[in-house]
Ligand binder design. Structure first.
Ligand code: KIV
Ligand code: ZN
Length: 521
């Protein structure tokens, strides 16, 4: 490793693989392509685009992301099996810079599942990494559950993987069990004990079960790891993974004590965070570091007073560093398209002419209805413009009568598969009446698991962001929408979730092959 490389930390984003494994976070093909493009544009070094053997859909997504990637290395995941690795290579080989990532569980608990002895597993690692390296000169290997693997055995298998040609060794804390000092000690131990360790890159992959994922990743970097695996908004199995925005901003803000660089354009963080929240259906918690709604909000008088005198009193980074100007938008209903484009650029959003036209129409409509248009409103408009499309269900019009003295009544016109239908339904409040009307026009057995409303900004004219999560036969789909009319936003979010279920239903059952990590035999 050169000195220059020593100070550079590679960002490996696994939102589309580990992130997509969160129950209910399934993304459509087009959404995966869009997120991959945003990751590439923001400077992510390696994108783990999926698990090609898991399904035909995963395979297509990884292949197409590989074909389209401009700068990022495109990586696919494969279990320690020859056919998995071949399938992975078939998908990633289209990339200018492909990588195969293969893994096997090495801790006693994980070795017991395929019932392999230590020697048998060591032999499997040698064979599969050698096979991967014969296909691709960029191979990553992971001993799953590394943090609960015996140290001697971990050193032994890491050495085997390096000798077989692995160029990156990832050390996963699969169950979020480690703590910062132990995370650092493990990397240090591997660097000291394993022959050839200086010639490869060590990666850290931390889950957040005890809330220590980001701290554990940074501790590993301080000990010598040079690749951080992470996801946007910390999406991922159970409590999620290290959040990309947290590690990147921690390195940027605390460069004095952690002098490591990434090549991430941090101004694109807020936009990609919003897009991932929308397409995954996992809203960002208000107090989430960096990307939460309150991350740059100052509520108490003392804090507000301090901020007015000197922003640095209570802000360790500027909102604009993460793509949020934080001030109200100096655009009004008389502002032109050029000003809107400039504003979007400030917010880290790049759009084509057609998209700009669409967002501009939405902006004008909002500016007519709302006194002040904030940056958050603009980002919500962008999300809405990207979400609406040629769907199975489209709302044509909605009128709701509600108040005291009787049930609410919703009159809904909706296109169902291109055919316009209408009905009037009563309900216990405007949202209940509206959802009943949707169900009357599009009968379905989906169960409402979550209905959540948040205000995008302050004031009674604020846009409401509504999230709806539905479950049908074990399949989960989420929808989101924003509008100044809360009931209309609710209807759109509900219909959005139904459209996603429709897409999933219409895919052949054989597409979704259940993949099991334990199936390594
Ligand atoms: O958490 C984990 O161990 C993983 C592996 C597949 C790398 O995601
Ligand atoms: Zn993981």
């Amino acid at each position: 490793m050169t000195d220059q490389a020593k100070d550079r930390v590679y960002i490996f984003d696994t939102t589309l693989r580990d992130g997509e494994q969160s129950p209910g976070a399934t993304m459509t093909h087009d959404e995966k392509l869009e997120i991959a493009e945003l990751l590439d544009e923001m400077g992510v070094d390696i994108i783990e685009a999926g698990f090609p053997i898991a399904s035909e859909g995963d395979f297509r997504a990884v292949s197409e992301i590989a074909e389209r990637a401009k700068t990022s290395v495109i990586c696919g995941l494969a279990r320690a099996q020859i056919n998995d690795i071949d399938r992975c290579w078939e998908a990633v080989k289209h990339a200018a810079r492909p990588r195969i990532h293969t893994f096997i569980g090495t801790s006693p608990l994980h070795r017991a599942i395929p019932n392999l002895t230590m020697d048998e597993m060591a032999e499997r690692i040698h064979q599969t990494v050698t096979h991967a390296r014969n296909l691709c000169d960029n191979v990553q290997w992971s001993p799953m559950d590394a943090t609960r693997t015996e140290h001697d055995y971990l050193c032994r298998v890491v050495e085997i993987a390096i000798k077989a040609g692995a160029t990156t060794i990832n050390i996963p804390d699969t169950v979020g069990y480690t703590a910062p000092r132990e995370s650092a000690d493990l990397i240090k131990m591997l660097l000291e004990r394993v022959p050839g360790a200086d010639d490869i890159i060590f990666a850290t992959h931390c889950h957040n079960d005890l809330g220590m994922a980001t701290a554990n990743s940074l501790a590993a970097v301080e000990a010598g790891a040079r690749q951080i695996e992470c996801t946007i908004n910390g999406l991922g199995e159970r409590a999620g993974n290290t959040a990309l925005e947290e590690v990147v901003m921690a390195l940027k803000v605390r460069g004095d004590i952690m002098p490591y660089e990434t090549k991430i354009d941090t101004r694109k963080i807020m936009h990609i965070s919003r897009r991932v929240a929308t397409v995954s259906g996992f809203p960002v918690q208000f107090n989430k570091a960096i990307v939460g709604k309150n991350a740059f909000a100052h509520e108490s008088g003392i804090h507000q007073d301090g901020m007015l005198k000197n922003k640095e009193t209570f802000e360790i980074m500027r909102p604009e560093d993460v793509g949020l100007a934080g001030t109200s938008l100096p655009l009004g209903k008389h502002s032109g398209r050029a000003a809107l484009r400039a504003k979007l650029k400030d917010l880290g959003v790049e759009v084509g002419d057609n998209q700009l036209k669409d967002i501009f129409v939405r902006f004008k409509d909002l500016a007519d209805r709302k006194k002040e248009v904030f940056d958050e409103d603009i980002l919500a408009l962008v999300t809405a413009a990207m979400t609406d499309g040629a769907d199975h269900l489209e709302i044509v019009s909605l009128k709701v009568v509600c108040g005291t003295g009787g049930p609410a009544e919703a009159t809904l016109e909706m296109e169902v598969g291109g055919e316009e239908k209408s009905c009037v339904m009563e309900g216990d409040g405007p949202v209940d009446a509206t959802f009943k009307a949707v169900r009357a026009l599009y009968p379905n057995s989906a169960r409402l698991q979550l209905y959540q409303v948040n205000a995008v900004t302050e004031g009674t004219d604020a846009q409401a962001t509504v999230s709806v999560r539905l479950e049908e036969d074990g399949k989960i789909a989420t929808g989101q929408s924003a509008d100044t009319d809360t009931v209309y936003a609710s209807a759109k979010a509900y219909v959005n979730a139904l459209n996603r279920l429709h897409v999933r239903r219409s895919k052949t059952g054989s597409d979704q092959k259940e993949i099991s990590y334990k199936d390594v035999g």
